[in-house]
Design a protein around this ligand. Structure first.
Ligand code: AMP
Length: 295
């Protein structure tokens, strides 16, 4: 695996590969890699000829009160994991390489609609920061297939929308969430959890699974579905976990609006705060087709 730190170096390397007719697969990350990231790298390895992954903790997507400085970093281990997953090029730009005039930058990308609500409501400048850095990375990497996790389902929707609206030469590939054996979605931020919080954290995915089961069993009232999730989180997190439900909701998987009664392809979304660590998760579920009257 080759490590490249400059925009010009990465461009030259990937342009040369494409000139030889080789396809490029791209996996953007903020590093501190785990099996979730590795699954994206393996999917890119399966589908494309040259796999590039980036490790860049993007200051634009962190608010002033968030964990930019504390975000976990381990580039040596990341390099080993990326090599083992079949990554050909690891792109590790410095902040000054990406933002030479220091951030904030004058040009930003805002995706309306998909960025609003949920993570967008809890973290107001977050998706503009994500869309801007992803647009910048796509511009650096060039035509490619880009792999994103469903773990960050709203982010995936924002990126898909940006690529469609701006006719970017990128095929966006969504990949399933990778979980710990107890159901907790893998996340670099799980490293922040105390022992008690880590023990309680599977409640997040348990709430989603129970709500999905209720929908499959015929529940069509969105309030009842929200209540199922909120009740489980309240019941299964003690005061020692310092936890609080941020949101638990059910939305249409494409529009992010809540159909009432629930119908079609739905996404259950949840965010729970454990002290200053916010864990997010989601699952898809299709509402059963209601039997037609008289049949
Ligand atoms: P991050 O490093 O957190 O910015 O994540 C980089 C990419 O990995 C994003 O596309 C995430 O959605 C994806 N990702 C993070 N956690 C998981 C997971 N548990 N399963 C699948 N993909 C993930």
């Amino acid at each position: 695996m080759k490590r490249i730190d400059t925009i010009a170096g990465l461009r030259a390397s990937l342009d040369a590969a494409r000139a030889e007719g080789r396809s490029v697969g791209f996996v953007p990350t903020m590093g501190y890699l785990h099996e979730g990231h590795v699954s994206l790298m393996r999917a890119a390895r399966r589908d494309t000829d040259v796999v590039v992954s980036s490790v860049f903790v993007n200051p634009l997507q962190f608010a002033a009160n968030e964990d930019l400085d504390d975000y976990p970093r381990d580039l040596e281990r990341d390099s080993e994991l990326a090599t083992a997953a079949g990554v050909d090029v690891l792109f590790v730009p410095s902040t000054t390489e990406m933002y030479p005039d220091d951030h904030p930058i004058a040009t930003t990308v805002t995706v309306t609609g998909a960025s609003e609500g949920f993570e967008g409501a809890s973290r107001p400048s977050h998706f503009a920061g994500v869309a801007t850095v992803v647009a910048k990375l796509f511009s650096i990497v060039g035509p490619c297939a880009a792999y994103f996790g469903e773990k960050d389902f709203q982010q995936l929707s924002v990126v898909r929308r940006m690529v469609a609206d701006l006719s970017m030469p990128v095929e966006v590939v969504g990949c399933e969430t990778v979980r710990e054996p107890d159901g907790l979605a893998m996340s670099s931020r799980n490293a922040y959890l105390t022992e008690a919080q880590r023990a309680a954290a599977p409640v997040v995915s348990r709430a989603l699974r129970t709500a999905a089961d209720a929908i499959r069993a015929g529940e069509t009232d969105p309030s009842a579905v929200r209540r199922v999730m909120a009740d489980i989180v309240a019941a299964d997190t003690g005061p020692e976990t310092d936890s609080e439900l941020d949101y638990a909701d059910v939305v249409d998987a494409v529009s992010f609006a809540t159909p009432d009664p629930l119908a079609g392809d739905l996404r259950l979304l949840i965010a729970v705060r454990f002290a200053s660590t916010r864990l997010i998760d989601n699952v898809g579920v299709t509402a059963p087709v209601a039997p037609t009257r008289g049949s």
